[in-house]
Write a protein that binds this ligand. Structure first.
Ligand SMILES: Nc1ncnc2c1ncn2[C@@H]1O[C@H](COP(=O)(O)OP(=O)(O)OP(=O)(O)O)[C@@H](O)[C@H]1O
Ligand SMILES: [Mg+2]
Length: 229
């Protein structure tokens, strides 16, 4: 498999969840490649395997069969600490429910992923976090708690947090699912801008066909399989 121009390669990726006697096959032999710098949208009905696919790519879950190569690294070969390091160094996650820490300010939330490693960093973490809040248009909200921000603003904080490790890849699972359509359009525009200006590859899971249409390419899942390419 060539990997230089591709930030993600999956080969016959399969995930079966075992629930006692019964198995649920969430993903069936999904093979796809994402080019470096590409903005890919993944759509499909509820239960079609979108989050499963994203979690396998992001090493939050392990496949039952098949392979995942991210940024040239065969992730199925990584274990324990290697996995955590890999995620921290290369991937930015954005989730539907923002997952901000309620008792920390916007600024602290952005800093959080790197706080345990702060002493070894070659840059000032607080300054970087401030810069990222500026990038997402929230300089004025740095000292607000998540509960003092709108949904769209919270998601922009989450995007700034995803960028704190300067990832080559952003994996976003329904990032507009809990905000109104105007805020959703703003989040999409922000992701597009990060993709265009910084060359960050983006995989965006969304139910929203209009937003998916703004991506470079759309992959549709149905019953755990790729419907088209
Ligand atoms: N931890 C789990 N244990 C058992 N089954 C699971 C688990 N996670 C997901 N599934 C099942 O796998 C299938 C795919 O789930 P997945 O979350 O990937 O769907 P999705 O496309 O993201 O759906 P939605 O649009 O509702 O978020 C579903 O049938 C789901 O019930
Ligand atoms: Mg999902």
């Amino acid at each position: 498999m060539a990997t230089n121009d591709q930030v993600i390669i999956t080969k016959d990726l399969t995930k079966e969840y075992r629930m006692g006697e019964v198995g649920v096959v969430a993903l069936r032999e999904v093979s796809l490649a994402v080019e470096r710098g590409e903005f890919l949208a993944v759509t499909g009905p509820s239960g079609s395997g979108k989050s499963t696919l994203l979690n396998l790519i992001g090493t939050l879950d392990t496949p039952t069969a098949g392979r995942v190569v991210v940024d040239g690294v065969e992730v199925s070969a990584l274990r324990g600490n290697q996995l955590a390091d890999f995620r921290r160094e290369r991937i930015g996650f954005v989730f539907q429910l923002f997952n901000l820490i309620p008792v920390l300010t916007a600024l602290e939330n952005v800093m959080l992923p790197l706080i345990p490693y702060q002493r070894g960093l070659k840059f000032n973490l607080k300054e970087r976090a401030q810069e990222l809040l500026k990038t997402v248009g929230l300089s004025e909200r740095a000292h607000h708690l998540p509960g003092q921000l709108s949904g769209g603003e919270q998601q922009r904080v989450a995007i700034a947090r995803a960028l704190v490790n300067t990832p080559r890849l952003i994996l976003a699972d329904e990032p507009t699912g809990n905000v109104d359509s105007k805020a959703g359009a703003g989040i999409m525009a922000l992701l597009r801008r990060l993709n265009g200006e910084r060359g960050v590859s983006v995989v965006l899971v969304t139910h929203n066909e209009a937003l998916a249409g703004e991506a470079d390419r759309v992959v549709r899942l149905r019953d755990g399989r790729v419907e088209n390419e």
